[in-house]
Design a protein around this ligand. Structure first.
Ligand code: DO4
Ligand code: MG
Length: 285
């Protein structure tokens, strides 16, 4: 089952249950007004089954604006969780190569703060590349939607936009390479009621179009992720509370070749087979 946040003419965010690929049920009249609060409830899956059999208003998906499922959660990210990412970081940086090599094998993962909730970019809104960077890429990542108790409630799509030249120059510049205006997009749907084993069989695809032509495409699978989801979550929750829950991007396994950099106007599409497609155009910020 998939959930989303959406807006109609009244511009108030509403909560939707995706019925099929074309339509959603509006859960708001049934009292579901906050996605993260609903996902805190231990029996939310049972409630969803009942709600799916209730007469609720339906909307064609094409007639609503789907917005990011992130409400009040911080967004964090894991790095160097795929072999492809370790290789790319070591290639881009003489300075920090051994740090990336070590963290890939270490017990403690790399975890970094990515975005305040209010700065998260919704599907179909522009993501940013920094004016002062010359080597920019999207990072297509499976995102875990985690409740305040540290339980994984669902899965969505994240884009960890990154400036590789800034990151490669000095690892102390990582926050500037990763955190700037429009650097994090999350959505469109949250898939619930699936196991980690099922999610590991999904595919993640990245397609970048420039002037209507595909200029990069790549594919991986969460099955290639070196760490378990629970181990990432348990490190994130060590000595830290998330009263509103948290969204964790789990790292990228798709990195364009070193000659590639994004340009303003590029269209980025990240498709995760069990969730849907997160699409954003690129602007300079
Ligand atoms: O330190 C580098 C961050 C790597 C990252 O964001 C990733 O592997 O996805
Ligand atoms: Mg990343």
């Amino acid at each position: 089952m998939k959930l989303c946040r959406f807006k109609t003419y009244d511009a108030q965010p509403r909560i939707g249950l995706i019925v099929d690929s074309d339509e959603l049920f509006d859960l708001t009249p049934a009292g579901v007004t906050s996605l993260s609060t609903f996902l805190e409830e231990s029996d939310f899956l049972r409630q969803l089954e009942k709600l799916a059999a209730t007469a609720l208003p339906r909307h064609p998906l094409a007639a609503v604006q789907v917005i990011t499922p992130v409400e009040r959660q911080e967004v964090w990210a894991a790095g160097v969780t795929y072999l492809r990412s370790k290789k790319a970081r070591m290639d881009e940086s003489d300075f920090s190569a051994s740090a990336y090599d070590r963290v890939y094998d270490a017990e403690r993962p790399e975890l970094f703060f990515k975005s305040l909730p209010e700065k998260v970019v919704s599907p179909d809104e522009p993501v940013g590349i920094r004016k002062d960077a010359r080597w920019n890429v999207p990072e297509p990542e499976l995102a875990l939607v985690i409740d305040s108790k540290g339980q994984i409630a669902g899965y969505t799509v994240g884009n960890d936009m990154s400036s590789r030249d800034i990151e490669g120059e000095n690892s102390l510049y990582l926050p500037q390479a990763k955190v700037y205006d429009r650097s994090c997009s999350v959505g469109p749907f949250v898939t619930v009621g699936v196991t980690e084993a099922e999610v590991r069989n999904w595919t993640i695809k990245l397609v970048i179009e420039r002037h209507g032509q595909i200029c990069f495409e790549g594919e991986t699978s969460p099955g290639q992720l070196k760490r378990t989801f629970d181990s990432l979550v348990s490190f994130l929750f060590r000595s830290q509370m998330f009263p509103n829950g948290v969204v964790l991007l789990t790292g990228t396994g798709i990195i364009p070749s070193d000659e590639f950099t994004l340009q303003p106007g590029d269209a980025v599409r990240i498709h995760i087979s069990g969730v849907g497609t997160l699409a954003n155009e690129v602007v300079e910020v």
